[in-house]
Design a protein around this ligand. Sequence first.
Ligand code: UD1
Ligand code: UDP
Length: 369
Amino acid sequence: MKPLFIFGTRPEALKLIPLIKQFKNPVICLTGQHKEMLAQVMSLFKMKAGYDLKVMKKDQTLFSITAGILLKIEKILEKEKPDCVIVQGDTTTTLAGALAAFYKKIPVGYVEAGLRSFDKYRPFPEEMNRKLVTPLADIYFAPTKEAAKNLINEGINKKNIYMTGNTSIDTLMLMVQEQKSREKALLNFFKAAYGIEFDKKTILVTGHRRENFGKGFLNICAALKETALKNDVDIIYPVHLNPQVQKPVNKILSGIKNIYLIPPQEYDKFVFLMQKAYFIITDSGGVQEEAPSLKKPVLVMREVTERKEGVAAGNAVLVGTDRKKIVKFASALLKGGALYKKMTAKKNPYGDGKASKKIGDILKKIIPA
Ligand code: UD1
Ligand code: UDP
């Protein structure tokens, strides 16, 4: 069986690599929607791609990504004639990949199917990407019961839906295990590279959502500045390479001595930062899944989330981009106490670390070679 994996951003790579490893003859086609942030993952996991469409442009638009992928991928599908195409998640690469496979009448396996915020513009464009990929796909790998239920409610035939857990937890568990013997080296790395000593409580921050650009990011930065000035805390913030993020973050937060603005981190380094963090503030989808596994409270800088399980479990709170709310929750968590205890998850709702094996076995069984 020859599957062709199409992906192009950091989270898709992190979530597909353990699945790719289940196959003898996988073909990897990168769209290159991300460049440096994708290369970091590919090199860390020693993965080599057969194709790279190299679509990334500085400050790119949704038009250039979608059109760029569609124009370049046709010939590759014609040449490789895969038995199925596998896409993951909700990026513009996911949508263009599924659409391209549909145009060629190749069956589509959809990993992380069924997440819904039920708000067309939040996250933007991801909620619509998920909804559009759904009818283009043929086999659905839902990470949770909630996700499977959403697909059934949209009329997807139950027999094509498999509840597997999220593959992000597979990658995370592997990394946590691998890191156990490397604590000292990782501590040395952060000290040497950025002067970070982990000698106080640390808050780890990430942010990149398009709907937060502009006013949202200005509020986020104001909240982080206030939190850093008010408390005896270190804030560690690996800043996404998007110029829409870089500009406000560097302008407002550089020069504050207890805020460390650092480049996007390789996944092993980032997992170490999550483990060292007292809690996390993020608008990321993947980080919302990883935090409960590591028993870390997470403040989610969104009005709505498709990862409702973390909120239901009490591990995540939606704080949006409201400056006062972010400061209030961050200060309360820093005090420890009841809120901190309540938000320190007991179990992970997103998976058991075996999703990729389950998905691989199902694909090999149902897709004819
Ligand atoms: C994309 C996805 C988002 C996903 C996120 C993961 C879309 C529309 N967005 O958002 O769903 O959550 O990836 O991180 O699919 N850049 C670089 N180097 C890189 C990566 C990005 O310089 O390695 C800069 C470029 O200027 C690029 C910009 O960031 O134009 C935006 O990248 P883009 O993929 O459009 O948006 P993300 O916010 O990364
Ligand atoms: N991540 C990473 N380095 C960083 C920040 C995040 O490796 O500096 C990982 C994180 O652990 C998670 C994934 O990247 O697995 C999330 O990516 P991102 O937040 O960019 O995208 P989203 O999940 O929101 O689509």
